[in-house]
Ligand binder design. Structure first.
Ligand SMILES: CC(C)(COP(=O)(O)OP(=O)(O)OC[C@H]1O[C@@H](n2cnc3c(N)ncnc32)[C@H](O)[C@@H]1OP(=O)(O)O)[C@@H](O)C(=O)NCCC(=O)NCCSC(=O)C[C@H](O)C(=O)O
Ligand SMILES: [Mg+2]
Length: 292
């Protein structure tokens, strides 16, 4: 199975309809950590085959630099799903993102359909159905025995299925977001927050991205290039966090703190687990800087 790539910065993941040549042309320029070529909901039925061809051309052309590239295929329960998987399994994508996963059996179907794919091809799954909400732990538990490596939340499909009324604070999603992050972390999956449909008002977008950061997401999926810069900023360690991280590590290195599990710093307790967090933050900052 592919090694789980939790070490990659995945602050921003931009969806691009593979049927939109103007959008695809930007895939090698935009500052997103991940590009997701969409064959599913952003593509009209009559465009599905042309979009698949365009995604294949883009993958064979390559040149995506530091960006991870995923393709969101159509579900196996649609007339295009099996052909998408067949065509794309060996086309050089880092991952295939599959929609509307509801159960462990769904993951196993996709995993089996990819049995001949290169060993480093990852399976990413949209978590966006009512069924998936009820089976988070069982779905995530397949991470260690299949290609499953990452989840993406799908707030639009979830709102539709639940008949919820989304508001700016995402009230209907909040309990679910916490549980999804917990299930992902328990089984070593990466997890990306869902898209914000608002792409003109960056205050609304930024608040939603900050909310996702607070819930523990690794990054956020995006629909428009204007969302990339604020998203990267929100999901990068801030100067204040990096300064804190440096001081925590330094404090634990002092001879008077040798062998201690908890010490005082700035009038507050810090424990060895905070030193671990500090080291992770500094490592993420180094990896972001190394992307160029
Ligand atoms: C939302 C859009 C339809 C808006 O498009 P448009 O009106 O063209 O926006 P702009 O005029 O502001 O565009 C300016 C230029 O930027 C390019 N552009 C726009 N969006 C993208 C993009 N995503 N990637 C790359 N480039 C993009 C335009 O082509 C303009 O270029 P130029 O003319 O050369 O200046 C549009 O943004 C869009 O289609 N977004 C992506 C939609 C999508 O992929 N949806 C599916 C994923 S979201 C999802 O499915 C959610 C999930 O499953 C759930 O259930 O929640
Ligand atoms: Mg969806």
């Amino acid at each position: 199975m592919p090694a789980l790539r939790l070490d990659r910065p995945r602050r921003s993941a931009l969806f691009m309809p593979a049927s939109n040549p103007k959008a695809l042309a930007k895939a090698r320029e935009v500052d997103a950590d991940v590009i997701i070529l969409d064959l599913e909901d952003a593509v009209a039925p009559e465009q599905k085959e042309a979009a698949r061809e365009a995604a294949l051309r883009a993958l064979y052309t390559g040149g995506f630099g530091h960006r991870e590239v995923a393709v969101r295929v159509n579900g196996l329960d649609t007339e295009w799903g099996a052909d998408d998987l067949e065509a794309l399994a060996r086309a050089g994508a880092d991952a295939l993102l599959v929609p509307k996963v509801s159960s462990p059996q769904d993951v196993l179907r996709y995993h089996e359909a990819l049995s001949d794919a290169p060993s480093d091809l990852q399976l990413w799954a949209m978590i966006e159905t009512a069924g998936s909400v009820l089976r988070l732990d069982a779905i995530a538990s397949l991470a260690r025995q299949t290609r499953l490596a990452l989840w993406v939340i799908g707030p639009n499909d979830l709102a539709r299925e639940l008949r919820a009324r989304p508001d700016a604070g995402r009230t209907f999603l909040q309990p679910f977001l916490s549980l999804a992050v917990a299930a992902a972390r328990a089984h070593g999956l990466s997890i990306l927050d869902g898209v914000c449909n608002e792409f003109k008002d960056m205050d609304i977008f930024r608040k939603e991205a900050e909310q996702g950061l607070m819930f523990g997401f690794d990054g956020k999926t995006l629909i428009h290039p204007a969302q990339i810069a604020p998203c990267n900023e929100v999901f990068s360690p801030s100067p204040v966090e990096l300064e804190w991280a440096g001081r925590v590590i330094e404090a634990f290195a002092q001879p008077e703190h040798a062998g201690k599990g908890a010490i005082k710093l700035d009038g507050r307790m810090v424990e060895l687990l905070h030193r671990d967090q500090a080291q992770s933050l500094l490592a993420l900052a180094r990896r972001i800087a190394a992307r160029g």
